[in-house]
Design a protein around this ligand. Structure first.
Ligand code: ATP
Ligand code: MG
Length: 449
């Protein structure tokens, strides 16, 4: 214990509270104002015209330098949230307690404006606070840009674009890391992860999104500290999960999540009942949908990640004599309430997950006369897609995924014929309910790398 404390104390020294920039003039970098969203440029200029420093920061700069389209734009400024509010009036809303920020709205687009912050250790307890474990619980000490840069997570996220002269201010050799395609934490990794364990998830999210390597000192310590996520706010972890799985890079992310030991603290029961093929297929199909500009529902990947524990619980209840339908309802309820302790799944999302699960046995053994009504169900599409993925993952679904695929593209004559065939199959199988529930096939062992 003493050693851990000593290491942390030593580590603190390695995390500077301010950084000096290398300034890259306009003619030595590739970012041009026309690549930045008009809303972000207008926000930067309004702050600058009011006499404040205003910089584009984070993903906006990083992604533009990599030739990617930024997901959103973040601005760092010397103006306090109240001053930002004065400048933008009704367009601006101050949000957050842990991190007080201004949101400036331009039609549908929201630009996040954050005041330069200083290292928490130097603030007073009403504005900044870390608890006994080194976790930052409040972080609202205003500072200057050099202090602000030292608080940023990764070197590639600490490059600032100055609207005053269009130069880049690179505080932590982020441009060099962009060239080398390396993700590197600023400061001492252990201290930085203890301050905010979500940075471990951010590390693998950026590595997956950008296809970057994680620097050794940034990555090696993650498995050891992954348990810190267990005490994080379940609401923040749910939001982070949406970013992890819903940003179009779930397929490269999934193995990283497992390799770095971050899967278990997020989904403890899923680790005990893994369905790796289903997870991977779900990740790929989620990424494909996003790449095609289609929407995704977070319920779908939660349904896949928790399918193993839900199914095993249902099986146990059935073995104990609970009829199949109530067994599914109870299993779904219990699985979700255990998961809620890690990631606070909103009620409406939980309902969709339950619907997807509870429709699986009905899609696998449909009553012939209910086929049309089932296909009209508002959850049919998601439940059917889920069934097909389970089938592709090698589960025994009686071939019903393929059956539904064929049925949906059949003309009414063929549909009626397919339903009649189901009827005779049902007669041969005996009275409803006498069929044995199918057992899940054991997942295939993981292919070795
Ligand atoms: P993207 O928006 O594409 O997911 P981003 O880098 O812009 O990536 P944001 O969450 O929008 O990420 O945060 C903006 C910037 O704020 C980051 O680039 C980083 O500099 C800083 N930041 C965000 N979260 C943290 C954190 N937990 N710890 C330290 N710095 C952070
Ligand atoms: Mg961003």
């Amino acid at each position: 214990m003493l050693k851990g404390w000593l290491d942390r104390w030593r580590g603190r020294g390695k995390t500077p509270s301010r950084l000096k920039p290398v300034i890259i003039p306009r003619d030595r970098h590739s970012i041009s104002r026309k690549d930045i969203s008009t809303a972000a440029v207008k926000t930067l200029y309004r702050l600058h015209d009011a006499g404040h420093d205003a910089f584009l920061i984070g993903g906006g700069v990083r992604d533009l330098l990599l030739g990617l389209t930024p997901k959103d734009y973040d601005i760092a400024t010397s103006a306090t949230p109240e001053q930002v509010k004065q400048i933008f009036g009704g367009q601006c809303q101050i949000i957050g307690r842990r991190f007080r920020l201004a949101h400036v709205r331009w039609g549908r687009e929201v630009i996040e404006v954050a005041t330069f912050r200083a290292n928490h250790a130097e603030g007073d307890s009403s504005t900044a606070h870390t608890n006994a474990d080194g976790l930052i619980v409040r972080d609202n000490v205003w500072g200057d840009i050099e202090e602000d840069a030292a608080r940023r997570d990764f070197t590639i996220n600490a490059i600032y674009y100055n609207i005053a002269d269009f130069s880049l201010w690179d505080f932590a050799k982020g441009s060099a890391d962009l060239e080398k395609r390396v993700l590197r934490l600023i400061g001492d990794p252990e201290t930085r992860y203890r301050e905010d364990p979500v940075r471990m998830l951010r590390a693998i999210r950026f590595a997956a999104k950008l296809d970057f390597t994680i620097a050794n000192d940034t990555g090696d310590i993650i498995p050891e500290l992954a348990y810190l996520l267990e005490d994080m706010s379940s609401h923040r972890l749910y939001d982070e999960c949406q970013k992890l799985f819903g940003a179009g890079h779930a397929a490269p992310l999934l193995p990283l999540l497992q390799d770095y030991g971050l899967f278990e603290p997020l989904f403890p029961e899923a680790v005990l009942h893994p369905c790796e093929e289903l997870w991977m297929l779900t990740a790929e199909s989620t990424d494909d949908r996003l790449a095609m500009g289609k929407s995704i529902n977070p319920a779908f990947f939660f349904a896949a990640l928790l399918w193993g524990p839900a199914q095993s619980r249902q099986q146990t209840l059935c073995d104990e004599g609970t009829p199949s339908v109530p067994a599914w309802q109870q299993a779904a309820q219990q699985t979700l309430s255990i998961q809620q302790t890690r990631t606070a799944i909103p009620r409406h999302i939980g309902q969709v997950i339950r619907d997807i699960w509870e429709m699986q046995p009905r899609l696998e053994s449909p009553r012939p006369r209910q086929v049309e009504a089932m296909a009209q169900n508002e959850r049919f599409r998601a439940a059917y897609d889920f069934l097909v993925l389970r089938e592709e993952a090698g589960e025994d679904t009686g071939g019903m995924g393929a059956w539904w695929t064929r049925w949906q593209s059949a003309d009414p004559g063929l549909q009626a014929e397919m339903q009649r065939a189901l009827e005779s199959r049902e007669r041969e199988a005996g009275p409803a309910g006498s069929r044995k529930p199918r057992r899940r096939r054991k997942p295939r062992p993981k292919a070795s790398a």
